[in-house]
Design a protein around this ligand. Structure first.
Ligand SMILES: [Zn+2]
Ligand SMILES: [Zn+2]
Length: 118
């Protein structure tokens, strides 16, 4: 069976380190997060994980381990830069990419993703 899988870049809210999240298409625009792995800035750049964009509805596969640094499974999309930071719903959100502290972040399950090939 053909598996359509992509990678989304996120950062950890605690140490601001990059990680890749593998998402796999279930049907139409429904995609599940299936895996997360640490990734270096250099490798992320080389692989061009932000080449494509995609509008998706995100679900969670039960294999999804969460952020590789702090194990948080939640994440939010910054309302300022549009990038993703792991987030565990406890208090104030600060974007790990641009430092935006406003509360204009998305908590919906539909996202515009910048993604790259798995
Ligand atoms: Zn984290
Ligand atoms: Zn941001």
């Amino acid at each position: 069976m053909f598996v359509n899988a992509k990678v989304v870049l996120m950062r950890c809210q605690h140490n601001k380190k990059l990680f890749g999240v593998r998402i796999q298409q279930q049907y139409n625009n429904a995609w599940d997060l299936t895996w997360a792995f640490p990734i270096s800035e250099k490798r992320a750049q080389n692989e061009g994980f932000d080449k494509e964009s995609l509008t998706v509805n995100i679900g969670y596969a039960n294999t999804y381990p969460g952020c590789p640094y702090c194990a948080t499974t939640g994440f939010v999309q910054c309302g300022s830069c549009g990038k993703f930071t792991c987030y565990n719903d406890s208090g104030e959100f600060t974007c790990a990419w641009c430092g935006n502290r406003s509360n204009s972040f998305k908590e919906t399950d539909s996202f515009d993703l910048r993604i790259g090939e798995d």
